[in-house]
Design a protein around this ligand. Sequence first.
Ligand code: FES
Length: 157
Amino acid sequence: RLSAAMSEKTPVGAGKSCLVGKKEDLIKAKRTSVSIADRFVFVIYHQGVFYAMDEHCYHAGGSLLDGDIEEIDKKLCIVCPKHKYKISLADGEGLYNTTNPKDKSQPPCWRSKGIKQRVHKVTEVDGDIHVTLSEAPAWIDSDYYQSEQGRMDLKLA
Ligand code: FES
């Protein structure tokens, strides 16, 4: 359990904005990795929408850059290539399957672990794509893996 001081920490780079590139280039690339204020972020273009989130998975730091995208419980999720954790693209929610493996007759039942991966704001200005880092104050598990400061913050908590 995190201390009260930890939950009041400002996340690394909070509120910082960065020009990531031209919209047309990012659409072609589909996935782009960028470092903003010492924070690892990736930008993904999927089905006509840009999303940005911390690049390293909240579970054990695997890169999400090459993760498959699946629709789970009506939410588009990136599947971490390392251990297959599912993370919703829109809000960074961790989802897990509670289906009983011994009862194959039941449809998959998905539950939420809450917000586990920090997501960031994407805006378009005159054909350029900008990312503004999240200012949500409470600790989010992915904070640990995105910067040296994130790891220090947890050690000092
Ligand atoms: Fe992503 Fe384990 S590091 S699921």
